[in-house]
Design a protein around this ligand. Structure first.
Ligand code: SAM
Length: 174
């Protein structure tokens, strides 16, 4: 007997497909001065691979590629943001050095990163911390706009236009 999905199942499937992705953090872009400050604090160079987890319109990895010649990967769960980021990379002429991935930041493969940037929320930073410490190579720099990592004390801090930014270095594995 052939399986014919009921109208109810089809309706539910199309409803689920039309739902916006569940965001752990709303979209609020970092001001350009803060983006510059984050890249300077991490001492980004052309040898770096910069990952922005929750990349929004892609501005952090695009600036890193444009200003420092680094490679970059932006991860965002919202397909509209990913599309916007790809268009912005093209406009900035850096689409050969950056890529944008529609993915949940908790599921992304971040092992190639040498710098990770974050503008999330305190509880999201804390949920992400074990993944950062497990997946990233020792020496990888992590920069966060606004939110710290509780008892993982930063190596450096700065304040740009009243906003705190924090820098950590992933320690050697125990
Ligand atoms: C505060 S904005 C930061 C944007 C960008 N990093 C910046 O600093 O300009 C947070 C971004 O995280 C994305 N986001 C929220 N939850 C996410 C998740 N679970 N996985 C990936 N991206 C997520 C949102 O769509 C949004 O673009």
């Amino acid at each position: 007997m052939r399986f014919l999905p009921s109208a109810g199942i089809l309706l539910l499937a199309s409803y689920a497909a039309a739902q916006p992705p569940r965001l752990d953090v709303p979209y609020v872009p970092s001001p350009n001065a803060v983006v510059d400050g984050m890249l300077k604090l991490a001492k980004v160079t052309s040898s770096d691979v910069v990952f922005d987890l929750g990349c929004g319109d892609g501005r952090i990895v695009i600036s890193a590629a444009k200003d420092y010649g680094s490679k970059g990967v932006g991860v965002d769960i919202n397909p509209d943001r990913v599309q916007e980021a790809r268009a912005n990379a093209k406009k900035a002429g850096v689409e050969d050095r950056v890529r944008f991935e529609e993915n949940d930041l908790f599921k992304a493969d971040i092992r190639n990163a040498t710098v990770v940037t974050l503008y999330l929320l305190p509880d999201v930073n804390m949920r992400l911390r074990p993944k950062l410490l497990h997946d990233l190579k020792p020496g990888t720099r992590v920069v966060s706009h606004s939110f710290d990592m509780d008892d993982w004390k930063p190596d450096e801090e700065a304040v740009i236009d009243g906003r705190h930014i924090y820098l950590w270095t992933v320690p050697a594995k125990k």
